[in-house]
Design a protein around this ligand. Sequence first.
Ligand code: PLP
Length: 714
Amino acid sequence: MPEVKSVSRSKKSAMSIADLITGLRSLSKNLWWTWNSSARDVLAELSPLYWSRFNHNAVEIMARVSEPELTARLSDPDYAERVADVLATFNKYLGEKKTWASEHAKELTKQPIAYFSAEFGLHESLQIYSGGLGVLAGDHIKSASDLGLNFAGVSLFYREGYFQQRLSADGWQQEVYPLFRPDSLAMSQVIGEDGKPVTVSVELGQSVVHVQAWAVKVGRATLYLLDTNIEQNEPHYRDITSKVYGGDATTRINQEIILGIGGVKFLHALGLKPAVYHMNEGHSGFLTLELVREQVVAGKSLDDAKAFVKAECIFTTHTPVPAGHDRFSPDLMGYSLGKYAESLKIDFNTFMALGREHPNDPQEHFTMTVLCLNLSRSANGVSELHGEVSRDMWRGLYGNVEAKDVPIGYITNGIHTFGWLVQKTERFWLSRTQNDREFFRNPERLKEILDEVSDEELWSLRYRLKRDLMEFAYGRLSAQYERSGQMLGESFGNALSPDVLTIGFARRFATYKRAPLVFSDIDRITRIISNSEKPVQFFFAGKAHPRDDAGKKYIQQIVSLTRQSQFLGKVVFIENYDMNVARHLISGVDVWLNNPMRPLEASGTSGQKVIAHGGLNCSILDGWWREAYNGENGWSIGKDENHADQNYQDSLDANSLYDILEQDLVPTYYNRTESGIPTAWLKKVRNSMLSLMPVYNTHRMVSDYVLKYYKQKV
Ligand SMILES: *Cc1c(COP(=O)(O)O)cnc(C)c1O
């Protein structure tokens, strides 16, 4: 051992301060640091204030700490050694030859897999996501990097992001759009061999739109963000890519044209020849048209071109209700893509038929999902139940065969485990696994590790994480109250307490997620929350889509409850849900509550984020939880069935939730040994970790995609 140490020391001392500064700059520009807490630490401690003020943006930190300060700070041997360690790990990662992919998918290492998604949730400092779909894409690319796949993501650069949520005094959501500058983000413009920015042009209606792109490094993978904000473009075209899912149907189709058609053109302009095009949801479906056009221009018939393209594309659907799918009217399609259709050498009706369930109905809108299903070699939903629902929904496309014969499979979603670990939890695990960052994949290994962990150690971790959440929430709530001109009562700070059973509910406020369900019976929930021996507190957070007034009403309803005397300091709503707020909540809560209308939660992933932190799930048997729940690793609300009458279903589900809370969940939490340990509770926590961590992660998910779909020979 001493020898190893001295070798690494002499290596480190070979790094000059200038090398270390260069290293820190390149580290700040590769989002690898977002899933390694030692890397986060060396960046954050340069300026804790800026770190929190700029939402943990490492590029801002490196821009604001001067060269003389960096030089001085790196003259401290302790800091310099930690930086050198991080850089050594980073460089080893980047250069690693022996990866999962080199062993299991060698044929996929030469040409890239191109993964298209309208949003990517990689980190709170890069606000190009609105919710679960984006976070899934972000976690997918992180795992693709870890597994060593040759992987290129494609999305849009939304310079105004989604929006920042502020609540008015009466609890109504206000949307504030910041402006992000590319040079203050972890991205660099894509430059060609001639030293000039690479651009492509995309036909849009009667005009041409120019598109540039920014490259985001995600470990070993690259994400290209297309951007129409170029001087040559007419002003309204410069705004196509300004907001995530912003604007009306026209903006929407324009964004999808840029993403799909622009994305293929851009990859080809870079000389990339993807082996597989993976469409994450239908937004990027137009990419198939551009691939067909290329083949038609090269001389293939339309049918041959379609067959060729079909063999290269795979499609993941995420939407379990017909109304949720993107559909464009014949008029809008004609206006936006009529001219483009001519370049495919087909008449407009044949063109529209590519996206119609009933190809001969001239009134029918163009459905992106139909286009994707028609032009991909495989399609899948994102959980077992969602696979079933999707097969049933799209039977018509396959001649009304029985649902079981519809060629739509499923791969259940996961999360990027390390990307969601807070520092304390990461240390908890790594100190017990000799720094093995893949320990969670192996159930036997995980069992051995957990057998070595005492209940006292687990409980101590839980308390530390809860304390962090309470302090974070207190800080956020003080600022929120101050802004809206109210006072956070003296009692408030004492009320939020790590001693109290803490339940979290945070996600997009789409109405099907039924955020207010737990308040269906105010008297009953008041008794549960206010039990002086066994108190409960609820943390809520979430954004409603700017045009979703019903979702905003749900927010307002909950915010108004937080101000009623019996809920004051016991039910709180934290503004501006993003990946940072999410990380605090999922690590700190004891229980993650999810009560969507079945089967509308295609998978859901937020509940998966609590597992490694020792949180438990209490959820409707929908999406991932329907296949994950085993009777001992959490709680299931309601049964594995649906009623047609939604009001009746709501009351069944609310009652089931109350019964669980009153009879099992709350009593188990407060059932303590003499030394204060909730033994039965922690047994559930162990069960949850053992049964869920190895499965509900994106390493498993991406390797499933590789083996089942990416490698599939046609
Ligand atoms: C994980 C995550 C989601 C997804 O939440 P679901 O409950 O699975 O819908 C949405 N938003 C953010 C910020 C997340 O981190």
